[in-house]
Write a protein that binds this ligand. Structure first.
Ligand code: PLP
Length: 401
């Protein structure tokens, strides 16, 4: 398979396999699942693949590999408004959140209770459950924003001796609805109660500003493949002095917080992707216009319900439903029509799982079963909103006929 970039104002990957061109007509609107590899990331990875040395080796080739890793660290740190030495590379966003939660609980010797917002990704919710300490859910309002009053109520009644340190996990932006969370406000409340806060910023990076100082968090997870870098690469930012023990032990890489030889090529791609994503942040204005046009068109013509529309959302994400048209039927028909979207909720063997996010927002289960997520990104063309809308309208009239 070869990948070429179609020249034009927006580069769209062209996939050539066995001499066949597959994706020139394909509309890819699933950037919240994985954003296709950016050309800058691909070029950086190809160059790094030829370094052929261990970044811990002291010889010249080893030093070149180390330089690549550290350049990536500087790029990620700069994107977060952080210091290089506080960034720990991991094998993705899930591993970064696992390190934060399991590692913090271990460092606190289990004398803590984890508070988990009801809309967290499984990467956070499941690792919180695996810590072995009590886990308390914190609800969200109908618009998908964490209920700060409920959080305050829990913290006001907190018994430090009995419950230990409160450790809140609150994401920056939700992967299904795009709803942005008031992380700094929540962090202030948790800090006043003597607690710590972990923020899963996997969906926020590259789409909205992310600054660890402004967010006032203790741990923050990011992932490369959501911004056009390679999959299986991520990072955890750790506030200097925040309690943390490693989960993976070994050769002492990453300040002994995540042992294992660094993924040099993956990190080169992550670094290049993060630089490109920051450079392209102004393009979010264009993507917001695409998203808004799509919603306006389908609301006017079909009466779709848009989830989280009343809240502040990621500019390029929409999650909507039309009663009676189930998610999996829409996704399969759209796929056949060359439009890649997702239901937002977990999906296995073609069956879409019930969305815990929409459940937490008290969306009627029959309507939630009809939700689809459209997420635009760096290679979305201006015509994509119209093309998605047209394909969707065609498919829905077929399903409803
Ligand atoms: N957190 C959120 C909000 C996500 O959307 C995802 C990916 O879907 C993850 C965490 C997991 O990241 P990764 O796929 O890099 O493990």
């Amino acid at each position: 398979m070869q990948i070429f970039l179609q020249p034009g104002p927006v580069m769209r990957p062209l996939l050539i396999r066995d001499g066949q061109c597959y994706s020139s007509a394909m509309i890819y609107a699933d950037h919240n699942a994985t954003s296709p590899l950016r050309p800058e990331a691909r070029a950086a990875m190809l160059a790094a693949l030829d370094l052929g040395a261990n970044p811990s080796s002291v010889h010249g080739p080893g030093r070149a590999a180390r330089k690549t890793v550290e350049a990536a660290r500087s790029a990620v740190a700069a994107a977060l408004g952080a210091r290089d030495q506080d960034v720990v590379f991991t094998g993705g966003g899930t591993e970064a959140s696992a390190l934060a939660l399991v590692g913090a609980v271990a460092a606190l010797k289990g004398h803590c209770t984890v508070l988990v917002s009801a809309i967290e990704h499984e990467a956070v919710a499941r690792n919180a459950a695996a810590t072995g300490v009590p886990v308390l859910p914190v609800g969200v309002r109908d618009d998908g924003v964490i209920d700060l009053a409920a959080l305050q109520q829990i913290l006001s009644a907190w018994d430090l001796d009995r419950q230990g340190v409160p450790l809140l996990a609150l994401m920056l932006a939700n992967n299904e609805t795009g709803v942005i969370q008031p992380v700094a406000a929540a962090a202030g409340r948790v800090r006043d109660a003597g607690g710590l806060i972990h923020c899963d910023a996997v969906q926020g990076l590259g789409k909205i500003p992310v600054n660890v100082g402004l967010l006032q968090v203790d741990y923050l997870a990011v992932s490369s493949h959501k911004i056009g870098g390679p999959q299986g690469v991520g990072a955890l930012w750790v506030r200097s002095g925040a309690p943390l023990l490693p989960v993976v032990r070994g050769g002492g890489q990453e300040r002994s917080l995540r042992s294992g030889t660094e993924n040099v090529a993956g990190l080169a791609g992550f670094g290049a992707a993060v630089r490109a994503a920051l450079r392209d942040m102004p393009d979010m204005t264009r993507l917001r216009a695409l998203r808004d046009a799509l919603e306006a068109r389908l609301q006017a013509s079909a009466g779709i319900v848009v989830f989280g529309q009343a809240a502040d959302r990621l500019p390029q994400t929409t999650n909507f439903a039309l009663p009676g048209v189930r998610s999996e039927s829409q996704m399969m028909a759209l796929d056949l029509d060359g439009v890649a979207v997702s239901s937002g909720a977990a999906c296995s063997s073609g069956k879409v799982a019930r969305s815990t996010v929409l459940d937490a927002m008290r969306v009627d289960p029959d309507l939630a079963a009809c939700a689809i997520r459209v997420s635009f990104g760096w290679n979305s063309a201006d015509s994509d909103a119209d093309q998605v809308a047209e394909a969707w309208q065609r498919i829905v009239s077929r399903i409803l006929a």
